[in-house]
Design a protein around this ligand. Sequence first.
Ligand code: RFL
Ligand code: PHB
Length: 397
Amino acid sequence: MPAAPARTRTQVGIVGAGPAGLLLSHLLALRGIDSVLVEDRSREHCEARQRAGVLEDGSVTLLREAGLAGRLDREGLEHGGIYLQFAGGRHHIDFRKLTGRTVTVYAQTEVVKDLIEARLAAGGQLEFDVTGTEVDGLDTAHPVLRYTSADGTGHEVTCDAIAGCDGFHGICRPAVPAGLMTVWEREYPYAWLGILADVPPSTDELIYAHHPDGFALHSLRSPLVSRLYLQVAPDEEISAWPDDRIWAELQRRFALPGWELKEGPVLDKGIIPMRSFVSAPMRHGRLFLAGDAAHIVPPTGAKGLNLALGDVAVLAGALDDLLRGDARLADAYSDDCLERVWRRTHFSWWMTTMLHTAPRADPMDTELQLAQLRYVTVSRAAAASLAENYTGYPPQR
Ligand code: RFL
Ligand code: PHB
């Protein structure tokens, strides 16, 4: 007979040690609220997986106000704009001039490392490598979080609320009974191939390039490390892309007279699917969904990480009040988030469709994209709209 699970209590059970779950446990601790955070991957895996790289200024402020920005302030690279490249020209969109705001290039790997270190230093309950995570009793006042630790011990944690921060493929969203959630979804007929390269960036700010053969993006991780992306077919195998082929394709899509793309050893590469997905409400009983567990954006607008941080900033306040007996912010949580989520979902879709070449695009589609790109680079109003959205609109709270 299996041993009875260890039964414990906490105020908030959190599933997932991505940016959403980790920041939530930190924000709750600042408010004096206990949490137990469980993660089914290893600490090393969570700290190493290559994902997003751009923080809105509101995300930087949020991390700073939470006392988490020591290294971010030292190592983050503040960018005052981006380049849009199309039809053989490169055009600067000056966020500072247009909005007075900036973004900061600081990799999600570093945000996650900083958050894990801060939680462990504060004695936070954070368990990696768990298996069999389950949530139960969601429509009661005391939902239950079950999981098995890496050493095989079963746990049953009685909570006052559970936060589903377990990403798109997690177990929390599927735990909501069928029929209670509405889902909006769009899959795009392309994917991104991303590489991390041991070479100084060839640009001072990100380059988003429209090209007849497909989109390309030049981003960076530090003054010494570059991050680059290529639009590829959605079913592309990474094995079909040896490093030489990747560099040749990047060279073609970024080519500009008088400018050189520097090449270097590829440290990491992978294929990233492109999807827009929103599920609502972001709450069922005492289960609150946050980040990718509730919504996914294609990466073209650099919004996924920012949305995850924004959700839990709202959720921390809502849970604080709920645990003191005031449910008003918890009741408003989903609607409060969804306004920000839908604006960023639209912006991400807009950037994606403006910049990528659809497999069956005809010459009319291409001319419409180029007309939009020219407008955004020529009209101050259109450029300001892009700048306002890229730096974060509506602003994080
Ligand atoms: P995360 O980061 O996916 O974290 C969820 C965590 O939950 C864990 N988990 C479980 N833990 C316990 N029990 C279970 N049953 C569990 N099931 C899952 C997972 O292991 C994971 O640690 O979600 P969060 O915190 O909401 O953060 C969202 C961001 O990670 C995401 O929006 C962005 O990184 C999106 N994204 C990118 N955005 C960009 O702007 N630029 C990019 O280049 C970029 N690349 C990416 C990405 C997302 C990716 N995923 C999720 C497919 C590349 C990838 C591969
Ligand atoms: C990144 O640096 O990984 C990155 C930057 C901007 C994007 C997407 C990804 O739009």
